[in-house]
Design a binder for this molecule. Structure first.
Ligand SMILES: Cc1cc2nc3c(=O)[nH]c(=O)nc-3n(C[C@H](O)[C@H](O)[C@H](O)COP(=O)(O)O)c2cc1C
Length: 392
């Protein structure tokens, strides 16, 4: 019998010296659940542990601020001091114990710092938060104008203030290594600090960090280089971008292809292709159908030759497999689908391989589920409890 071909989605992926057991990556998702010290606690542990149990090859920690004033909300995680390392160590140790890799997204919210948690309204911090001591952060940006109505105007970073931001990313990288992370993802998307420097809509500077595309890319590339020099050479470095910012005359796919090539020269191994987020008024015009951002990943991958991640309403395992097999991405990122089904990778393996065993599940669940499946099978029911197909 010929060997059974493993679906690409379930095949290992080696980047530098590290191998992910499959190509399924948890997309970074802010939990807005840290205290003012930005320390990862029980919530973050439980939240991320369940995806390691669920079979994700790479489990990513949310956008984690490299400076206190770089937080999106007062509930953000941080990695701006050494006291924040231990909480992450507990998480990365557990993720590793489940055979998964751990990633952390390092971020500075820039002009978007100081937002309400989504369930508080997602707007700028207001009296309700101020009364709890959650006062506005000292936000910074490429210019001194707010991107969204109602937000305080950020401080326009002077050229000589920028090196300290780059250094804060580099210091956070050292702490990420001490915390045991396998992968860093730089957050250069969604209108936050690095994205705000990339887009001509938000970056109207005419100094060395603005003007033409090269000037606007400079901060992101400096951050990538600084992180790379503080990050072990065997460990992969990813960068999330807004492949298009969604604005007319804004940052576009062609820009992203150039950026991806430059990022690769700085030691970035994979570009995670998201989009939008510069401000609400630049929300993408296209419908948000499953895989709506896959063409962006495909364009960057084919145009730059750099590995990419596809993200955005990827729901079905068969679709994920198709994206990979058609060469449109190297990694599939799941956000909300993972919240809906933290065991998605295990379920995807069953679907793609037409298996009803519980191979690969941890024994604490798998042993029981195998026995349960046998009982269900004997009365004509599938492992999910539904009636088996009549023809079978
Ligand atoms: C609760 C939540 C928090 C998010 N936080 C982040 C974040 O920290 N960093 C980031 O780059 N994207 C963040 N996103 C965007 C997701 O990573 C992902 O790109 C987006 O949800 C689209 O993928 P999906 O359709 O699979 O959810 C967040 C999304 C959600 C739903």
């Amino acid at each position: 019998m010929p060997p059974i071909q493993l679906p690409l989605l379930l095949s290992p992926l080696t980047l530098r010296t590290i191998t992910a057991k499959n190509r399924i990556m948890l997309s970074p998702m802010c939990q807005y659940s840290a205290g003012p010290d930005g320390v990862a606690g029980d919530w973050h542990f439980a939240h991320l542990a369940k995806f390691a149990l669920g079979g994700f090859g790479i489990v990513t920690t949310e956008a984690t601020a490299i400076a206190p004033d770089g937080r999106i909300s007062w509930g953000d995680l941080g990695l701006w001091n050494n006291d924040q390392i231990a909480g992450f160590r507990r998480i990365t140790d557990f993720i590793r114990s489940q055979g998964a890799l751990s990633a952390i997204q390092l971020a500075h919210a820039g002009p978007k710092a100081g937002s309400q948690r989504p369930w508080e309204g997602k707007g700028p911090l207001g009296p309700e938060q101020w009364n709890k001591g959650e006062t506005p952060f000292a936000s910074v940006g490429p210019g001194d104008f707010a991107l969204e109505a109602g937000y305080p105007s950020p401080h326009k970073l002077d050229e000589d203030e920028i090196p300290s931001i780059v250094d804060a990313f580099a210091q956070a990288a050292l702490r990420a290594d001490a915390a045991g992370f396998d992968i860093i993802e730089i957050h250069a998307g969604h209108g936050y600090l690095l994205a705000s420097f990339l887009s001509p809509v938000s970056n109207t500077r005419n100094d060395g960090y603005g003007g033409d595309r090269a000037g606007r890319m400079r901060l992101t590339l400096e951050v990538a280089r600084a992180i790379r020099s503080n990050w072990p050479s065997g460990k992969p470095l990813f960068c999330r971008i807004s492949t298009i910012d969604g604005a007319r005359e804004g940052w576009n796919v062609e820009d992203s292809i150039v950026l991806a090539k430059e990022l690769a020269k700085c030691g970035v191994d994979l570009v995670d292709c998201s989009s939008g987020g510069l401000r609400d008024s630049t929300v993408l015009a296209n419908a948000r159908e499953p895989g709506f951002q896959v063409p962006l990943s495909a364009s960057v991958r084919h145009g730059s030759g750099v590995a990419t991640g596809a993200v955005g309403l990827i729901i079905e395992p068969g679709h994920a497999e198709q994206i990979l097999s058609e060469g449109d991405a190297d990694v599939i990122l799941l956000g909300r689908q993972a919240l809906y089904d933290p065991f998605w990778p295990h379920h995807a393996a069953q679907t793609l391989q037409e298996r009803s065993d519980f191979e690969g599940w941890n024994q604490q669940s798998g042993w029981w589920l195998r026995h349960r499946a046998r009982s269900l099978d004997s009365v004509g029911l599938a492992p999910n409890g539904s009636a088996r197909h009549a023809a079978r």
